[in-house]
Design a protein around this ligand. Structure first.
Ligand SMILES: [Zn+2]
Length: 260
């Protein structure tokens, strides 16, 4: 059983009805989901990802910009907890500051290419991830797709090129989903949204994210009623993988997504 976390950087939930995204639509149809998930402040990629993996807000971990620095008061993240429990974890990404999200030696495999600035970069990342996941069947894989955010900065959030980039990334998501089995669980969400050509504020356009999870233990077609934040990703995936949550994590498992 493989658990995959797919990150679509900067993808706004209100973009989805405006795009042709058959693979995202298919995933959504078998997911428990919300289109009103909440990012953290500042709604910036590295602070967000540190919160996603460590389940504490930026004021707790201390990373408030995209320039890497050590956490103010370090604590183990999801991958560190999974590794300690004997799980094999993979990272696939195209934005290098994410390289230090986990403690040294927690990962079995990393694939990085500096290609989030080219339109088909995510497709290259997803193809590599699909091939390796199919061959190795890790317990956990993080697949970070950075091109939607880049299109937002270049052309504006909700602009036509931004929406077309979501459609391109839908193909990357399809390639990844194609190698998964009914035993596997997928959580897909964004780290933040955006407005005009930026993000980082507490405006709803920046803070609101789609969050959808599908798998053999997950309720299909369930609209999540409780508030969901980035801090809830690690505790929820810890339950999926039967990995202990860390006592300092502040998020909560989204229990209602699990079938009785
Ligand atoms: Zn950005």
């Amino acid at each position: 059983m493989t658990t995959v976390l797919i990150m679509t950087d900067g993808m706004r939930p209100d973009a989805l009805p405006l795009t042709h995204t058959p693979h995202l639509d298919g995933l959504l149809a078998r997911s428990a989901y919300t289109m009103a998930g909440c990012s953290v402040m500042p709604s910036v990629t590295l602070p967000c990802h540190t919160s996603i993996f460590h389940s504490v807000p930026p004021q707790r971990h201390g990373i408030v910009t995209n320039t890497w620095q050590p956490m103010a008061r370090p604590l183990p993240g999801l991958v560190d907890q999974a590794h300690a429990a004997g799980r094999r974890c993979h990272f696939y990404h195209n934005w290098e500051p994410l390289r230090d999200l986990n403690r040294p030696e927690s990962l079995e495999f990393v694939y990085y290419r500096r290609n989030c600035y080219t339109p088909d970069g995510d497709n290259v990342i997803a193809a590599a991830a699909a091939e390796m996941i199919a061959a190795q069947r890790p317990d956990f894989a993080f697949v970070y797709l950075g091109t939607i955010d880049v299109a937002g900065h270049a052309f504006g959030w909700m602009s036509d090129p931004y929406l077309r980039q979501i459609e391109r990334v839908d193909g990357a998501i399809g390639a990844l989903l194609a190698v998964l089995t009914p035993e596997d669980t997928v959580l897909l969400h964004s780290d933040h949204g955006g407005h005009e050509r930026t993000h980082g504020t507490d405006a709803l356009e920046d803070m609101t994210i789609p969050w959808m999870i599908a798998g053999p233990t997950i309720r299909a077609g369930h609209v999540i009623q409780a508030p969901v934040s980035l801090l809830d990703t690690a505790p929820t995936l810890a339950r999926v993988m039967a990995v202990p949550v860390h006592p300092h994590w502040e998020g909560r498992c989204v229990d209602e997504v699990f079938a009785a």
